[in-house]
Design a protein around this ligand. Sequence first.
Ligand SMILES: Nc1ncnc2c1ncn2[C@@H]1O[C@H](COP(=O)(O)OP(=O)(O)OP(=O)(O)O)[C@@H](O)[C@H]1O
Ligand SMILES: [Mg+2]
Length: 281
Amino acid sequence: MNESICVEHLNYAYPGVEDTPGVAVFTDLSLSIEAGSFVAILGSNGCGKSTLAKHFNSILLPCGGKVYVCGMDTSDDDLLIKIRRSVGMVFQNPDNQIVANVVEEDVAFGPENLGVASPEIRRRVDQALKQVGMYEFRKHAPHLLSGGQKQRIAIAGIIAMEPKCIVLDEPTAMLDPRGRREVMETVMELNRNKDITVVLITHHMDEAAMAQRVVVLHKGSVAADGTPEQVFSQVELLHRIGLAAPETVELCYELGQQGIPVPLDCLDIERCAQAIYDRMT
Ligand SMILES: Nc1ncnc2c1ncn2[C@@H]1O[C@H](COP(=O)(O)OP(=O)(O)OP(=O)(O)O)[C@@H](O)[C@H]1O
Ligand SMILES: [Mg+2]
């Protein structure tokens, strides 16, 4: 497998401050993410998703074990700039990620910091804004845009750095359904058409169901890993660790509990309705 991210026996604990003890998050986590794939990471609050994501572009460094990004060891200081170029991060709150007063200046900020030449920056900014469907807003003030639009500007700023991989940590958590849809469509298109590896951390099961692979973290370990159908049909495991399956699967599971077995791998509404209809007729 051509790996984009490879985590080998990761051990990480946040250091304690003064009298407070440190917080052990991972003791021995291994995981690899294939280049060009779209992987969703799920897990209950505090299980270590954001801590893991921060290892993907050297914001945090392993206490033990290794993290490789496009074959580069994230602990190697000399590779820091190359690593940050390869993996772009998008966080939950778009307001914290926007730095300029004009949309196109904001998108240019990343490539400027990487020392990209001006004409090339112009080309990248225009292209990135077109890719996220925000080109017509290029002269606007970001703070006047909607949450979904701001998040797409933040994504454009990342794309303009031409990363091989984008890691999004709950990018839709603060958005309404329309904003969520806009961001998800943008992300899926980047994966499909630009071959960018996407790692999406989310609490929304319907978003995770759009990925090719779902990884469930629990207490610093991988509790489930597979296609959305494989992972979400393990309803009882998900319940045990405080998660729910997508609503369609929960419905089929509940029917099964009531003595009406329906397959648990129907993630979209049409397929779910058909499976229930088939069972009833
Ligand atoms: N800066 C920090 N210092 C000390 N402990 C921290 C720090 N950041 C996170 N932690 C602890 O590390 C553990 C993992 O936190 P993390 O933020 O990675 O979880 P998460 O899975 O992203 O949770 P959520 O779903 O709420 O975003 C938690 O126990 C948390 O309290
Ligand atoms: Mg988090």
